[in-house]
Structure formats: structure tokens, C-alpha cells
Ligand binder design. Structure first.
Ligand code: XIL
Length: 300
């Protein structure tokens, strides 16, 4: 195969990217994105602030631009994201208690009903666990509504769109020895035991010098999969762009049958949220294939 998407498809997986609606007029960008990837995540356009800027008033214009571009070009879509402490609109930031809980439920219902039957995977809850050694929840307005907010989000999501696979997504849960990884693992295990609807875990996999790729990544992927959920690598970028590390990530996913696909968090280095100088992606700022690209293609 000569593209990332086709190479991943050889083993029944997908290879995706984050797409920014504001770049859909850049033909260098869309040519690469259309050629190489067969799964799309909206980089910001389906987040809470974008889709419900005022309480009860939904706006899907930017999200639909990304969705329509993807589907018109034969790609599937990962929905990102419905319940998160960050990128909340101002009205939600100022809510608490039962009114925030209800707003979360209404938001999930509003967005998921708009996209009902159209989204392969939804990141229902994003980044709910704390960094550091506690293994516990991150403090946030959502967490302060009660520890059950995550399972309420998943139950609401299942009812809103039974066809979508429902994911918990986070960063720094790649290293099996980290407390945060174990905290999420224990939550997923508990959800599966109690019948809380969860279908997948998203490993964001933003690798950098403070949270580098570790060879126990394969253990992390296989351990989550053994709980009976799919695993997706959802926001991959590697600061410095090591071709060898990119190959290791691909090999680790391919080693686990329930690792369903890999998404890189942007097309060219110049599109990365980290800044082009960190060289984290597979194409340079001119759209040329980097060594990391070839390494990924050969590993798939
Ligand atoms: C980032 C986007 O890439 C930026 O454009 C935006 O300014 C902030 O959010 N974890 C996530 C993603 O789940 O939604 C974040 O995306 C990167 C970290």
C-alpha cells in the first residue's frame, strides 16, 4: 500500500488525522489529508464551546464542515468531545451542581442527536483523571457535581446514539507504570463489571520529554483490550518526530487485535498545536513526507 489509510486497512485498522475546518481551503493540506487518511477527528469544531456557545442553542456549522468534508471523501469520523473540563463555553464554566449536571446531559443529547448514526466513535469524556501520583480524578466543575458524572455521561450517550462506540479519552495514560494509567484502568474495569456502557479507551499519546514513549506501551494497550474494550491511539504526536518511536507505536498497536486504529493530531508540522518547531508529525510544513512517515508506512 502506498498511503497510510490503505496500509492500515490491510489489517482492518484505520489511520486518521485531526482536521481543522479553517484549513479546508488550503489545497496542499486537503490533498495530503484526503490521500493519506481514512478517519477524521475535528480538532476543535465538535467541542462544547463550538457546538453549544449559548445554553440550549446549538451550532454545528463548523463541525458539519469537517464532518461533510470527511464523509464526502469517503472517511469515517471520530466525535471529539462531549464532556471535558476544558474548552467549555463561559455559561457552562459558571455552572455547578445539579444545573451543571443537567447541562452536561442536555449537551450530550443535543450533539449526539444531531450526529446520530453518523459517528463511528465518540470521545464521550475527555481528560477526567489527575496528573501525578494520585491515580484519582482531576478536580473540575464536572467532578464536583459528583463522582458518578462519568458514568452518567456514558449512559446518556448510549441512549442518545446506540450505534456509536463510546470512548474514554486521556493523555499520560500510555505508560503502564503511571498512577494515572492505573486509575483509568480501574475505572474501565469497574464500568465493565457493573455494565456501564463503554466500548473503547483512547490513548491520546502526546509524547514528549516529560512523558516519553515507553516500551510498556504495548502492555498498556493489551491490558485495556483485555477488559473487553477497543483501544484507539487518538491524538498521536511525538516531539522531535523520531521515526523509530513512530514505528514502535505502530508495532505496538498492530500487536493487539483490539487496537483499532491510529490518529495523528494534525497533518503537517505547521498544523500542529505544539508548533512546527517541535517537528511532531509525519509531513513537514511544505507537505513533504518526513522520515517518520516512511517509518510508519513500512511498519503498517
Ligand atoms: C487542542 C487543539 O489541537 C488546539 O487547536 C486547541 O487550541 C486546544 O486543544 N487533548 C485533546 C485535544 O483532547 O482536544 C487538544 O486539542 C489537545 C490535547
Amino acid at each position: 500500500a502506498s498511503t497510510l489509510g490503505a496500509a492500515a486497512a490491510q489489517s482492518g485498522r484505520y489511520f486518521g488525522t485531526a482536521i481543522a475546518s479553517g484549513k479546508l481551503g488550503d489545497s496542499n493540506y486537503t490533498t495530503i489529508a484526503n490521500r493519506e487518511f481514512n478517519m477524521v477527528t475535528a480538532e476543535n469544531e465538535m467541542k462544547i464551546d463550538a457546538t453549544e456557545p449559548n445554553r440550549g442553542q446549538f451550532n454545528f456549522s463548523a463541525g458539519d464542515r469537517v464532518y461533510n468534508w470527511a464523509v464526502q471523501n469517503g472517511k469515517r469520523v471520530r466525535g471529539h468531545t462531549l464532556a471535558w473540563y476544558s474548552q467549555q463555553p463561559g455559561w457552562m464554566q459558571s455552572l455547578s451542581g445539579s444545573s451543571l449536571r443537567q447541562a452536561m446531559i442536555d449537551h450530550i443529547n443535543g450533539v449526539m442527536s444531531h450526529y446520530k448514526g453518523k459517528i463511528a466513535y465518540w470521545d464521550v469524556v475527555n481528560e477526567a483523571f489527575a496528573d501525578g501520583n494520585s491515580g484519582g480524578r482531576r478536580d473540575s466543575n464536572l467532578q464536583r457535581t459528583g463522582n458518578d458524572w462519568i458514568e452518567v455521561a456514558f449512559r446518556t450517550a448510549r441512549a442518545a446514539d446506540p450505534a456509536a462506540k463510546l470512548c474514554y479519552n486521556d493523555y499520560n495514560i500510555d505508560n503502564w507504570s503511571w498512577a494515572k494509567t492505573q486509575g483509568v484502568y480501574n475505572m474501565v474495569k469497574d464500568f465493565k463489571q457493573r455494565g456501564v456502557p463503554i466500548d473503547c479507551v483512547g490513548l491520546q499519546s502526546h509524547f514528549n520529554s516529560n512523558s516519553p514513549y515507553n516500551s510498556n506501551y504495548r502492555t498498556t494497550i493489551s491490558s485495556f483490550a483485555a477488559l473487553g474494550v477497543d483501544v484507539a491511539i487518538t491524538e498521536l504526536d511525538i516531539q522531535g518526530g523520531s521515526a523509530q518511536t513512530y514505528a514502535s507505536v505502530v508495532n505496538d498497536c498492530l500487536a493487539v487485535s483490539r487496537c483499532v486504529g491510529i490518529t495523528v493530531w494534525g497533518v503537517r508540522d505547521s498544523d500542529s498545536w505544539l508548533g512546527a518547531n517541535t517537528s511532531p508529525l509525519l509531513f513537514d510544513g511544505n507537505g513533504n513526507k518526513k522520515a517518520a512517515y516512511t517509518s510508519v508506512l513500512n511498519a503498517l
